[in-house]
Design a protein around this ligand. Structure first.
Ligand SMILES: [Zn+2]
Length: 259
């Protein structure tokens, strides 16, 4: 799968391999660092690619976020659905919205001038967008993470605009990190809901883990193949085998019923 980066180390393409069971089962959580590990596991070394395997931490957070959203679209489709309890009337209601629409509506609110070395100019400030590497170093500095990240995104010594970096970054490269509004169908109360595409996608992968294990178990117990060979199957092949096993079992069940 080809994905086009908008920001440094782009603009340009990167190429991702198949989401095999091995890669999916290695997803340990829903943090930015789990996202970086996933991208590294999927990155292919292809001519023209702006990122090589092992370099996912160099991705701008905004590009990684869009990448996670497009992986969600490919794996789970565009419908995001859930249930919640109304805080006003205690009614349980379900909601859904379209990730494709959200992505389409997410345009930068501010034009920006690109400089060749990856720096950007906005509101007269020279800065660059935060990357996974910045997040890593920020996280290691505890409570001061925001300030440490912002400082790394400004040229050395230019601390005047420290407080503005995250604000400008959000204006020129918005994240799919939104507050969504839902309305209770029972009492009409409005509810705000945080939605972060990256964490949501990783959470969706974690949530289908039991089904993935069941698929591996089915293939292993039917064909007797090793664990390693099954978890490295291309995703479409794995699904094809599971569908075939299901059809065979249903046919056998029908035959028993008739006999
Ligand atoms: Zn209500």
């Amino acid at each position: 799968m080809r994905h086009d980066l908008l920001h440094f180390p782009g603009p340009g393409p990167l190429y991702l391999g198949d989401l095999t069971a091995r890669v999916e089962l290695a997803v340990a959580g829903t943090s930015p660092f789990d996202a970086i590990a996933l991208v590294d596991a999927l990155l292919l070394d292809r001519p023209g690619s702006v990122l090589k395997p092992g370099e996912a931490a160099r991705l701008a957070v905004a590009d990684r976020d869009r990448l996670m959203a497009s992986l969600h679209l490919a794996e789970f489709g565009s419908r995001i659905a859930g249930d919640r309890t109304c805080e006003a009337c205690a009614a349980r209601f379900s909601f859904d919205f379209d990730l494709g629409d959200l992505l389409g509506a997410l345009a930068p609110s501010q034009a920006v001038e690109r400089l060749q070395d990856g720096w950007l100019l906005a509101e007269g400030v020279r800065f660059r967008l935060p990357t996974g590497e910045d997040e890593r170093i920020g996280a290691a500095s505890g409570a001061k993470a925001g300030e440490v990240i912002a400082l790394r995104c400004l040229p050395e010594g230019e601390v005047t605009h420290l407080g503005k970096v995250s604000q400008i970054a959000e204006a020129v490269a918005p994240l799919v990190d939104l507050t969504l509004k839902t309305t209770c169908p029972e009492c009409g109360a409005d509810h705000a809901m945080a939605f972060n595409a990256e964490a949501y996608f990783l959470g969706s992968l974690r949530a289908r883990r039991a089904r993935l294990m069941a698929d591996i178990h089915r293939i292993a117990s039917t064909y007797g193949w090793s664990y390693d060979s099954i978890v490295d199957l291309p995703q479409a092949h794995r699904q094809g085998f599971v569908d075939q096993i299901t059809r065979d079992r249903e046919a056998a069940r029908r035959a028993r019923r008739l006999g």
